[in-house]
Design a protein around this ligand. Structure first.
Ligand code: FAD
Length: 406
């Protein structure tokens, strides 16, 4: 019987899990499979400094080149795992090789949601999930080029912010009536719409993309509302889908993500899952979540490693996330879904620094902090405590951030 731990998927969660398995004292063999040609790297810079060309590959790599070998990990890059045979306790790779496992970690992450409209496969229509996507998009970074970004979420807006600074004519098309509608209050959406307009990005909301036109390559985006947007390049950012198929085909329980408990255990006690691919319980909010964030991938990587090493430690934290656009650092703590009151601290209509506190029946559930790190830190702590806050005190800037807790 094998005592090897096999990790499927070589991203943020996997890199953390390797480090944590050794830190937890697991001394047995570890084998890591990733279908990309690269060792695990950070994705956030792909739509920020790496896309802008301000940092190179050496700054996005998660671990130094010799980390895996020196940690005793057998690595298989450019290798897709195609099947998990739970009865025989082995996995199969695309070339038909079988590798036995003692325990398994699924860290398969997520993939982009594709747009299914005529012309979707024209040259010049791109998505952004991996390093190779960045290279393809950067090839269009020529001053005066016209870019249409489909989707006004974080990734679309970050790409727009980088591209406009490179002298590109950028138009963002968003189906909803405001940007980032899925995750923030209209106050925050309208603030970002103002800043992007100030920086030269055109944002059109209420626009449904109906197709892409062009002979050999994309030349225009057409909308269901009758609009036509001439362009040289399109970047589509309309969300992601968790990579759950491998788990589902192996008979594991899947529900909007691979179902795991607070110890990252799937419905098979020998298999854990971590990161974007999971649906996991959160005691602070009292329901299951599927998160798309570095914080979640790191923390679940740690939790899964502890479980696999035999030291169970439950995962129960306030989710947090960030987005960098221009000189704006947006930090989001908690989940604002279901809020009953949004309280603003600072002035979102002028300047570039304020915070929105989200209360549900008086209890703090989330904050969006724009260039307001102290508010973010304080709100993260108070959200974990389910603190009841006085809206008037939050809004009163003469009361210091530290005093909000009192
Ligand atoms: P991933 O990092 O996606 O890694 C999973 C890996 O598994 C992938 O390489 C995948 O190809 C591979 N894989 C899948 N199936 C198989 C298989 N069968 N066999 C072998 N390999 C397989 N989060 C933030 O918190 N802040 C940000 O600012 C932010 N910005 C982002 C910007 C971009 C452009 C993107 C794409 C993501 C961003 N995120 C951000 C999200 C964050 O990067 C993800 O939440 C995080 O990478 C998830 O880590 P993961 O290990 O679960 O999955």
């Amino acid at each position: 019987m094998s005592d090897e731990i096999i990790i499927i998927g070589a991203g943020q969660a996997a890199a953390q899990a390797v480090q944590s398995l050794r830190a937890e004292g697991f001394e047995g063999p570890i084998r890591l499979f990733g279908d990309e040609a690269y060792a695990p790297y950070q994705r956030p810079p792909l739509s920020k400094k790496f896309l802008a060309g301000e940092i190179g590959y050496d700054r996005v790599e998660l671990k130094a080149e010799d980390f895996y070998a020196s940690s005793g990990v057998a690595t298989h890059w450019s290798t897709r795992v195609t099947e998990i045979d739970r009865r025989q306790k082995h996995i199969l790779t695309g070339d038909g090789q079988a590798f036995p496992y003692g325990k398994l970690l699924l860290a398969t992450g997520s993939r982009v949601r594709e747009i299914n409209v005529p012309g979707f496969d024209l040259e010049g229509v791109h998505y952004l999930r991996n390093i190779d996507d960045v290279t393809s998009i950067q090839a269009h970074f020529k001053p005066g080029a016209k870019m249409v970004v489909v989707g006004g979420g974080y990734i679309g807006l970050e790409v727009a912010a980088v591209a406009v600074k490179r002298g590109i004519d950028v138009t963002v098309l968003e189906t909803a009536d405001r940007v980032m509608a899925r995750v923030v209050d209209p106050i925050v959406s309208h603030f970002y719409e103002r800043v992007h307009a100030e920086e030269g990005v055109k944002i059109e909301t209420g626009v449904t993309v109906a197709g892409f036109e062009g002979k050999d390559k994309v030349e225009a985006v057409v909308s269901g509302e009758g609009g036509r947007y001439a362009c040289d390049v399109v970047v589509v950012g309309i969300g992601i889908l968790p990579n759950t198929e491998l788990a589902a085909e192996a008979g594991l329980h899947v529900e909007n993500g691979i179902a795991v408990d607070e110890f990252c255990r799937t419905s098979d006690p020998d298999i854990c899952a971590a990161g974007d691919c999971t649906s996991h319980p959160n005691g602070i909010y009292g329901h299951k979540l599927r998160l798309e964030s570095v914080h979640n991938a790191i923390e679940q990587g740690k939790t899964a490693a502890a479980t696999l090493a035999g030291h169970e430690k439950p995962y129960n934290q306030v989710p947090w996330f960030w987005s960098d656009q221009y000189d704006l650092k947006l930090q989001i703590a908690g989940l604002s879904t279901g809020y009953t009151q949004a309280v603003v601290r600072g002035d979102p209509t002028t300047g570039r620094s304020f915070a929105v506190f989200y209360l549900k029946d008086g209890v703090l559930i989330a904050v969006d902090a724009i260039n307001r790190a102290p508010e973010f830190m304080m709100a993260k702590m108070l959200t974990a405590k389910k603190a009841v806050l006085d809206p008037a005190r939050i809004a009163d800037e003469s009361i210091g951030v530290k005093e909000l807790a009192g």
